[in-house]
Design a protein around this ligand. Structure first.
Ligand code: 13P
Ligand code: SF4
Length: 310
Protein backbone atom coordinates (compact mmCIF):
# COMPACT_ATOMS: atom_id res chain seq x y z
CA UNK A 1 0.00 0.00 0.00
CA UNK A 2 1.21 3.49 -0.83
CA UNK A 3 0.44 5.08 2.52
CA UNK A 4 0.97 8.65 1.31
CA UNK A 5 -1.51 8.17 -1.56
CA UNK A 6 -4.04 6.52 0.79
CA UNK A 7 -3.75 9.40 3.28
CA UNK A 8 -4.30 11.87 0.44
CA UNK A 9 -7.37 9.94 -0.77
CA UNK A 10 -8.88 9.67 2.71
CA UNK A 11 -8.27 13.35 3.37
CA UNK A 12 -10.36 14.27 0.31
CA UNK A 13 -13.12 11.72 1.05
CA UNK A 14 -13.50 12.90 4.65
CA UNK A 15 -12.71 16.58 4.13
CA UNK A 16 -9.92 16.27 6.70
CA UNK A 17 -6.98 18.49 7.52
CA UNK A 18 -3.68 17.40 9.08
CA UNK A 19 -2.21 19.84 11.60
CA UNK A 20 1.28 18.96 12.87
CA UNK A 21 3.62 20.38 15.48
CA UNK A 22 7.28 21.04 14.60
CA UNK A 23 8.27 18.25 17.00
CA UNK A 24 6.63 15.55 14.88
CA UNK A 25 8.80 13.11 12.91
CA UNK A 26 9.85 14.49 9.48
CA UNK A 27 7.55 12.17 7.48
CA UNK A 28 4.51 13.53 9.34
CA UNK A 29 5.65 17.14 8.96
CA UNK A 30 6.08 16.55 5.23
CA UNK A 31 2.48 15.35 4.65
CA UNK A 32 0.79 17.87 6.98
CA UNK A 33 -1.38 20.68 5.61
CA UNK A 34 0.04 22.95 8.26
CA UNK A 35 3.12 22.63 10.49
CA UNK A 36 3.54 25.09 13.32
CA UNK A 37 4.07 25.86 16.98
CA UNK A 38 1.35 25.74 19.63
CA UNK A 39 0.06 29.24 18.85
CA UNK A 40 0.02 28.69 15.08
CA UNK A 41 -1.76 25.38 15.51
CA UNK A 42 -4.48 26.90 17.70
CA UNK A 43 -4.93 29.69 15.14
CA UNK A 44 -5.18 27.16 12.30
CA UNK A 45 -7.71 25.12 14.28
CA UNK A 46 -9.96 28.19 14.35
CA UNK A 47 -9.56 28.89 10.64
CA UNK A 48 -10.08 25.42 9.22
CA UNK A 49 -13.21 24.56 7.24
CA UNK A 50 -12.44 20.81 7.36
CA UNK A 51 -14.88 18.38 9.00
CA UNK A 52 -12.13 16.26 10.52
CA UNK A 53 -8.94 17.47 12.20
CA UNK A 54 -6.10 14.97 12.43
CA UNK A 55 -3.92 16.45 15.11
CA UNK A 56 -0.33 15.30 14.89
CA UNK A 57 0.88 16.60 18.21
CA UNK A 58 0.13 15.84 21.85
CA UNK A 59 -3.09 15.49 23.82
CA UNK A 60 -3.43 19.06 25.17
CA UNK A 61 -3.03 20.42 21.61
CA UNK A 62 -5.74 18.15 20.21
CA UNK A 63 -7.95 19.08 23.18
CA UNK A 64 -7.47 22.76 22.34
CA UNK A 65 -8.49 22.06 18.74
CA UNK A 66 -11.62 20.23 20.01
CA UNK A 67 -12.49 23.10 22.39
CA UNK A 68 -12.31 25.48 19.43
CA UNK A 69 -14.29 23.07 17.21
CA UNK A 70 -16.81 21.22 19.35
CA UNK A 71 -18.79 20.11 16.29
CA UNK A 72 -15.83 18.58 14.44
CA UNK A 73 -14.18 15.22 14.80
CA UNK A 74 -10.67 15.68 16.23
CA UNK A 75 -8.42 12.63 16.20
CA UNK A 76 -4.98 12.15 17.75
CA UNK A 77 -2.92 9.32 16.19
CA UNK A 78 -1.84 8.08 19.65
CA UNK A 79 -4.00 8.94 22.64
CA UNK A 80 -1.03 8.27 24.94
CA UNK A 81 0.80 11.30 23.52
CA UNK A 82 0.77 13.33 26.73
CA UNK A 83 3.06 16.01 28.14
CA UNK A 84 5.05 16.25 31.38
CA UNK A 85 3.83 19.81 31.89
CA UNK A 86 0.16 18.85 31.62
CA UNK A 87 0.75 15.81 33.87
CA UNK A 88 2.63 17.96 36.37
CA UNK A 89 -0.42 20.09 37.12
CA UNK A 90 -3.23 17.91 38.51
CA UNK A 91 -6.58 19.79 38.58
CA UNK A 92 -7.40 19.05 42.25
CA UNK A 93 -4.01 20.30 43.48
CA UNK A 94 -4.17 23.34 41.23
CA UNK A 95 -7.71 24.19 42.43
CA UNK A 96 -6.43 24.11 46.05
CA UNK A 97 -3.45 26.34 45.15
CA UNK A 98 -5.71 28.80 43.37
CA UNK A 99 -8.04 28.92 46.36
CA UNK A 100 -5.15 29.98 48.58
CA UNK A 101 -4.58 33.03 46.35
CA UNK A 102 -8.04 34.43 45.66
CA UNK A 103 -6.69 37.87 44.68
CA UNK A 104 -4.56 36.41 41.85
CA UNK A 105 -5.60 35.98 38.23
CA UNK A 106 -4.40 32.87 36.42
CA UNK A 107 -2.35 32.77 33.22
CA UNK A 108 -1.89 29.20 32.03
CA UNK A 109 0.56 28.01 29.44
CA UNK A 110 -1.36 26.12 26.76
CA UNK A 111 0.56 22.97 27.80
CA UNK A 112 -2.07 22.02 30.39
CA UNK A 113 -5.23 19.92 30.52
CA UNK A 114 -8.67 21.23 29.58
CA UNK A 115 -9.56 21.07 33.30
CA UNK A 116 -6.75 23.54 34.12
CA UNK A 117 -7.90 25.77 31.27
CA UNK A 118 -11.37 25.98 32.88
CA UNK A 119 -9.66 27.44 35.98
CA UNK A 120 -7.63 30.00 34.00
CA UNK A 121 -8.31 33.62 33.09
CA UNK A 122 -6.19 33.56 29.97
CA UNK A 123 -4.02 31.05 28.11
CA UNK A 124 -0.63 31.79 26.56
CA UNK A 125 1.95 29.97 24.47
CA UNK A 126 5.69 30.49 24.32
CA UNK A 127 5.03 32.65 21.24
CA UNK A 128 2.88 35.23 23.04
CA UNK A 129 3.58 34.81 26.78
CA UNK A 130 5.30 38.20 27.13
CA UNK A 131 2.45 40.06 25.44
CA UNK A 132 -0.23 38.15 27.37
CA UNK A 133 1.47 38.94 30.70
CA UNK A 134 1.93 42.58 29.69
CA UNK A 135 -1.77 42.87 28.86
CA UNK A 136 -2.30 42.96 32.67
CA UNK A 137 -1.52 46.05 34.78
CA UNK A 138 1.83 45.85 36.63
CA UNK A 139 0.12 45.69 40.02
CA UNK A 140 -2.19 42.81 39.09
CA UNK A 141 -1.28 39.71 41.11
CA UNK A 142 -0.79 36.75 38.81
CA UNK A 143 -0.35 33.00 38.96
CA UNK A 144 1.55 31.44 36.06
CA UNK A 145 1.09 27.69 35.49
CA UNK A 146 2.33 25.08 34.85
CA UNK A 147 5.85 25.75 33.44
CA UNK A 148 8.12 27.21 36.12
CA UNK A 149 11.05 27.72 33.69
CA UNK A 150 8.94 29.71 31.23
CA UNK A 151 7.27 31.57 34.11
CA UNK A 152 10.64 32.46 35.63
CA UNK A 153 11.93 33.70 32.27
CA UNK A 154 8.80 35.83 31.69
CA UNK A 155 9.00 37.20 35.25
CA UNK A 156 12.55 38.38 34.49
CA UNK A 157 11.87 40.03 31.17
CA UNK A 158 8.61 41.69 32.21
CA UNK A 159 9.83 42.60 35.76
CA UNK A 160 6.90 40.77 37.33
CA UNK A 161 6.65 38.56 40.34
CA UNK A 162 4.08 36.00 39.21
CA UNK A 163 3.53 33.02 41.47
CA UNK A 164 4.82 29.97 39.61
CA UNK A 165 3.43 26.45 39.54
CA UNK A 166 6.26 23.93 39.82
CA UNK A 167 6.24 21.75 36.69
CA UNK A 168 8.69 21.44 33.82
CA UNK A 169 9.00 20.07 30.31
CA UNK A 170 11.07 16.92 30.73
CA UNK A 171 12.72 17.42 27.33
CA UNK A 172 13.94 20.98 27.89
CA UNK A 173 14.55 20.80 31.63
CA UNK A 174 17.05 17.95 31.20
CA UNK A 175 19.43 20.11 29.15
CA UNK A 176 22.44 21.03 31.27
CA UNK A 177 24.85 23.93 31.21
CA UNK A 178 27.75 21.43 31.31
CA UNK A 179 26.67 19.74 28.06
CA UNK A 180 25.90 23.07 26.39
CA UNK A 181 29.23 24.62 27.43
CA UNK A 182 31.10 21.53 26.16
CA UNK A 183 29.38 21.82 22.81
CA UNK A 184 30.00 25.57 22.66
CA UNK A 185 33.71 24.98 23.31
CA UNK A 186 33.85 22.37 20.54
CA UNK A 187 32.02 24.74 18.17
CA UNK A 188 33.06 28.31 19.05
CA UNK A 189 31.59 29.59 15.77
CA UNK A 190 28.07 28.34 16.64
CA UNK A 191 25.32 30.48 18.15
CA UNK A 192 23.30 28.97 20.98
CA UNK A 193 19.55 29.31 20.52
CA UNK A 194 17.14 28.08 23.19
CA UNK A 195 13.46 27.56 23.92
CA UNK A 196 12.25 29.30 27.11
CA UNK A 197 11.17 25.93 28.58
CA UNK A 198 14.91 25.40 29.32
CA UNK A 199 16.37 26.10 32.76
CA UNK A 200 17.46 29.67 33.59
CA UNK A 201 21.15 28.63 33.65
CA UNK A 202 20.94 27.36 30.06
CA UNK A 203 18.96 30.42 28.92
CA UNK A 204 21.64 32.65 30.44
CA UNK A 205 24.14 31.23 27.91
CA UNK A 206 21.88 31.69 24.87
CA UNK A 207 22.41 34.14 22.01
CA UNK A 208 18.70 34.01 21.21
CA UNK A 209 15.65 32.75 23.14
CA UNK A 210 12.28 32.11 21.53
CA UNK A 211 9.33 29.87 20.80
CA UNK A 212 9.69 27.16 18.19
CA UNK A 213 8.53 29.47 15.40
CA UNK A 214 10.74 32.32 16.67
CA UNK A 215 13.81 30.04 16.67
CA UNK A 216 13.01 28.93 13.13
CA UNK A 217 12.57 32.51 11.89
CA UNK A 218 15.79 33.55 13.64
CA UNK A 219 17.91 30.87 11.96
CA UNK A 220 16.41 31.72 8.56
CA UNK A 221 17.45 35.38 8.68
CA UNK A 222 20.49 35.41 10.99
CA UNK A 223 23.99 35.59 9.49
CA UNK A 224 25.61 32.75 11.47
CA UNK A 225 26.34 29.46 9.72
CA UNK A 226 26.15 27.14 12.70
CA UNK A 227 23.72 26.80 15.63
CA UNK A 228 23.49 24.80 18.82
CA UNK A 229 19.77 24.23 19.21
CA UNK A 230 18.55 23.83 22.80
CA UNK A 231 15.09 22.43 22.18
CA UNK A 232 13.33 19.34 20.82
CA UNK A 233 15.07 17.68 17.89
CA UNK A 234 12.04 17.73 15.53
CA UNK A 235 12.57 21.41 14.75
CA UNK A 236 15.85 20.64 13.00
CA UNK A 237 13.93 19.20 10.04
CA UNK A 238 12.39 22.57 9.14
CA UNK A 239 15.53 24.52 10.06
CA UNK A 240 17.57 22.39 7.70
CA UNK A 241 14.90 22.67 4.96
CA UNK A 242 14.81 26.45 5.30
CA UNK A 243 18.59 26.90 5.52
CA UNK A 244 20.26 23.93 3.79
CA UNK A 245 23.62 25.69 3.82
CA UNK A 246 23.67 26.02 7.63
CA UNK A 247 24.63 23.48 10.27
CA UNK A 248 22.40 22.65 13.24
CA UNK A 249 23.56 20.74 16.31
CA UNK A 250 21.19 19.52 19.01
CA UNK A 251 22.20 20.25 22.58
CA UNK A 252 23.31 18.10 24.32
CA UNK A 253 24.90 16.18 21.53
CA UNK A 254 25.25 12.84 23.29
CA UNK A 255 25.07 9.79 21.05
CA UNK A 256 23.97 7.55 23.91
CA UNK A 257 20.87 9.58 24.67
CA UNK A 258 17.80 10.62 22.73
CA UNK A 259 17.08 13.26 25.37
CA UNK A 260 16.07 15.85 22.79
CA UNK A 261 13.25 13.69 21.43
CA UNK A 262 9.95 14.30 23.18
CA UNK A 263 8.80 10.73 23.95
CA UNK A 264 5.15 11.82 23.68
CA UNK A 265 5.43 13.69 20.38
CA UNK A 266 7.37 10.76 18.93
CA UNK A 267 4.54 8.29 19.73
CA UNK A 268 2.76 9.46 16.59
CA UNK A 269 3.78 7.61 13.44
CA UNK A 270 2.63 7.74 9.85
CA UNK A 271 0.89 4.35 10.28
CA UNK A 272 -1.01 5.53 13.36
CA UNK A 273 -1.94 8.75 11.59
CA UNK A 274 -3.31 6.78 8.62
CA UNK A 275 -5.32 4.51 10.96
CA UNK A 276 -6.73 7.50 12.89
CA UNK A 277 -7.83 9.17 9.67
CA UNK A 278 -9.34 5.95 8.29
CA UNK A 279 -11.14 4.88 11.49
CA UNK A 280 -12.04 8.29 12.89
CA UNK A 281 -10.43 7.35 16.19
CA UNK A 282 -8.93 7.74 18.73
CA UNK A 283 -11.15 10.83 18.99
CA UNK A 284 -10.93 13.61 21.57
CA UNK A 285 -14.09 13.71 23.70
CA UNK A 286 -14.81 16.47 26.21
CA UNK A 287 -17.85 17.39 28.30
CA UNK A 288 -19.85 20.31 26.91
CA UNK A 289 -19.41 22.36 30.11
CA UNK A 290 -15.61 21.86 30.03
CA UNK A 291 -15.56 23.02 26.40
CA UNK A 292 -17.66 26.07 27.24
CA UNK A 293 -15.48 27.12 30.22
CA UNK A 294 -12.10 26.27 28.66
CA UNK A 295 -12.91 28.16 25.48
CA UNK A 296 -13.13 31.54 27.26
CA UNK A 297 -9.41 31.88 28.23
CA UNK A 298 -8.28 30.39 24.89
CA UNK A 299 -10.42 32.88 22.98
CA UNK A 300 -8.99 35.70 25.12
CA UNK A 301 -5.49 34.63 24.09
CA UNK A 302 -6.46 34.45 20.42
CA UNK A 303 -8.09 37.90 20.55
CA UNK A 304 -5.01 39.51 22.18
CA UNK A 305 -2.73 37.78 19.67
CA UNK A 306 -4.90 38.91 16.72
CA UNK A 307 -4.92 42.48 17.97
CA UNK A 308 -1.12 42.47 18.21
CA UNK A 309 -0.64 40.70 14.89
CA UNK A 310 1.02 37.66 16.51
P1 13P B 1 5.85 25.98 21.28
O1 13P B 1 5.10 25.16 20.31
O2 13P B 1 5.01 27.11 21.82
O3 13P B 1 7.17 26.45 20.80
O4 13P B 1 6.12 25.05 22.57
C1 13P B 1 6.98 24.00 22.50
C2 13P B 1 6.48 22.77 23.14
O5 13P B 1 7.13 22.18 23.98
C3 13P B 1 5.23 22.25 22.71
O6 13P B 1 4.92 21.13 23.43
FE1 SF4 C 1 5.37 18.50 26.71
FE2 SF4 C 1 7.94 19.04 26.56
FE3 SF4 C 1 6.94 17.17 25.02
FE4 SF4 C 1 6.33 19.73 24.56
S1 SF4 C 1 8.32 18.80 24.39
S2 SF4 C 1 4.92 18.00 24.60
S3 SF4 C 1 6.29 20.54 26.65
S4 SF4 C 1 7.03 17.10 27.27
Amino acid sequence: MDILREIGKLKKEKNAVILAHYYQVPEIQDIADYVGDSLGLAQQAVKTTADVIVFAGVHFMAETAKILNPGKLVVLPDLEAGCSLADGCPPDKFAAFKQKHPDHLVISYINCSAAIKTMSDVICTSGNAVQIVESFPKDQKLIFAPDKNLGDYINKITSRNMLLWDATCEVHDILTTEAVIKLKQAHPDAKLIAHPECKAQVLALADFIGSTTALLKFTAKDVAKKYIVATESGILHKMQQQSPEKEFLVAPSDETCNCNDCPYMKLNTLDKLYAALKNGKPAIELDADVIEKARIPIQRMLDISDKLGL
